[in-house]
Design a binder for this molecule. Structure first.
Ligand code: NI
Length: 186
């Protein structure tokens, strides 16, 4: 089932999401729905708060970027209760966008390398070192679990420049090619 994507202004996007217990109701269905929603909206990652659920769940499939970023080949993950345990010192600044912030793209500085531990969909512990664009995708999605958005990382000046776009989202004056939930709309 395709789920509506919660847009900027929805309080759930600013919450710190909670850890997921093994008996969390309908988790496999939620994962399947999030994946379907991600593919349908041409996203490469989706965090549970973006579909209104304040839980620490990420779905990612960055394979579509493999031509530009070879490290993204077959990079498909389900991450439960992820913890980034190390952020590499070296950073790189690249353009990012977000399904919850339609029409906004800004350069964001991120660590080139991260170490992450998480549970897969079978609740088996995993540990990975990620480098390049996969590290960026995961850092972006991970931010969502702590109530952060990529625009929080841009400069005060850039933020001033995108203010009208943010206000348009808040007013519901944006067009999206995917199903969304906007502030003040049912
Ligand atoms: Ni996002």
């Amino acid at each position: 089932m395709i789920l509506p994507i919660y847009l900027y202004g929805q309080p759930v996007l600013r919450e710190v999401a909670g850890a997921i217990e093994k008996d969390y109701p309908k988790l496999p269905l939620i994962i399947a729905n999030m994946q379907e929603t991600m593919y349908k909206s041409d996203g490469i990652g989706l965090a549970a708060p973006q579909v209104g659920l304040p839980i620490r769940l990420l779905v990612i499939d960055a394979d579509v970027l493999a031509e530009d970023y070879p490290e993204c080949k077959d990079f498909k993950r389900i991450m439960i209760n992820a913890q980034i345990t190390e952020f590499g010192e070296e950073t790189i600044s690249l353009d990012e966008g977000c399904l919850s912030l339609p029409g906004i793209h800004e350069k964001v500085s991120r660590s080139k390398m991260i170490k992450i531990s998480y549970l897969n969909e079978a609740f088996e512990p995993q540990e990975e070192v990620l480098e390049g664009f996969t590290a960026r995708v995961v850092q972006h999605e991970y931010d969502h679990l702590d109530g952060q958005l990529f625009i929080d990382h841009v400069s005060v000046i850039r933020k001033q420049l995108i203010k009208s776009k943010l206000n348009s989202i808040l007013k519901g004056a944006v067009r999206c090619s995917y199903k969304v939930k906007m502030l003040g709309r049912k």
